[in-house]
Design a protein around this ligand. Structure first.
Ligand SMILES: Nc1ncnc2c1ncn2[C@@H]1O[C@H](COP(=O)(O)OP(=O)(O)OP(=O)(O)O)[C@@H](O)[C@H]1O
Ligand SMILES: [Mg+2]
Length: 338
């Protein structure tokens, strides 16, 4: 028999935006992981909050049941339940949180409210359970772009963050301008394979000489101006814009990470969030890590974007530390990391 203190069986639930997800973990071992991505938003080119809540309501029981079925575990095996309580869309968060409260109450098991952004930071532990703070994290997602000094659990400082768009958001907006699909990150990543990254030189805003903050709005405006000047773009021209834009984002992220490594002295670096799935970024950071002799970790592709496995993994850490939430916990749409 496994020790439930070391290898707790945790059900994770995620519903903060447009993914309904459930996962069953035993320690950091993923027994099952189900993600239902809401396709309804594709035709609007972005997430429509009201539609997201309704789709979560529709999907949540089935997603949880599917997670149990795939895990070989049953609700009686669960030691604690971890659920996202923020940040995210209020209606969407409430669906997951209320479901989790009902489940925890019915089974009389503890509830762990998880900060979704903190969970992104810990996603690499699903592949590298031995990974422990302290480390420097570059978190690049749809709503956040941050450099975080992770000293320990709930012990963070934000060294830099975006002053305007998030990195993922800039991918999504650029894809919308090029009318190539949603979400933009994966589409641009793929399309860039057939484009020339040096075809166009988009601005790389690095801000003040020692700044660890980010700004992506200038890059997006440059794409907008280019598209306005050339309204009839061929597929090859679109691929060149995609590749050149991606190159500019990767250059900025690389330079900011280099600065943060120098400023913080960290030798262990963790890449996290949806944009961490970007192949060019992963390859470039790998080269940089070799040159600078850094230990670099990034999550498996399926755990870069929103998923309940990272919520459950954070739950494992909280459970081991004896940190639980009460059943009155409220959803916090603008929950901050630090
Ligand atoms: N291969 C890729 N290359 C670049 N960006 C990508 C890739 N795959 C996904 N993304 C981007 O990642 C973002 C989604 O990531 P994630 O699910 O972590 O964000 P979010 O949950 O919407 O925001 P947050 O976690 O900040 O609240 C989208 O903006 C998407 O375009
Ligand atoms: Mg996310």
């Amino acid at each position: 028999m496994t020790d439930p203190d070391l290898f707790p069986c945790i059900l994770g639930i995620e519903s903060s935006c447009d993914e309904t997800s459930a996962a069953v973990l035993e320690g950091f071992h993923v027994r099952s992981h189900i993600v239902y991505s809401q396709m309804i938003h594709k035709k609007y080119g972005g997430v429509v909050p009201e539609l997201a809540s309704r789709a979560h309501e529709h999907a949540i029981s089935q997603v949880v049941h599917a997670a149990f079925e795939a895990s070989g575990k049953s609700p009686e095996d669960i030691d604690a339940l971890a659920v996202t309580y923020g940040p995210g869309l209020m209606g969407a968060l409430l669906v997951g949180l209320n479901y989790a409260k009902g489940f925890a109450l019915a089974r009389d098991i503890p509830l762990i409210g998880v900060n979704h952004v903190e969970a992104h930071l810990y996603a690499p532990m699903l592949e590298f359970p031995e990974l422990k703070p302290p480390f420097l994290s570059l978190l690049v997602s749809g709503g956040h772009t941050m450099l975080v000094d992770v000293r320990g659990m709930r012990d963070f400082s934000i060294l830099g963050s975006t002053r305007d768009d998030a990195a993922g958001e800039s991918f999504d907006k650029t894809a919308r301008l090029l009318q190539i699909g949603y979400p933009g990150g994966p589409v641009i990543d793929t399309l860039s394979d057939s484009g020339n990254p040096r075809a166009l030189r988009f601005p790389r805003s690095l801000l003040e000489a020692d700044s660890l903050d980010f700004s992506f709005s200038g890059m997006k405006t440059a794409v907008l101006n280019h598209v306005r000047k050339h309204p009839e773009l061929s597929d090859k021209e679109k691929a060149d814009i995609a590749a050149s834009f991606q190159e500019a984002v990767v250059d900025v992220l690389k330079e900011k990470l280099r600065r943060a490594v120098r400023a913080s002295g960290h030798k262990r670096v963790v890449l996290a969030g949806g944009v961490a799935a970007n192949r060019r970024l992963r390859a470039e950071l790998k080269k940089m890590a070799e040159k600078m002799q850094l230990e670099l970790y990034y999550p498996p592709l399926e755990y870069c974007t929103d998923n309940a496995a990272m919520i459950a993994a954070t739950g494992v850490m909280y459970q081991r530390a004896g940190l639980f939430s009460d059943l009155e916990i409220a959803a916090v749409p603008n929950l901050k990391l630090a």
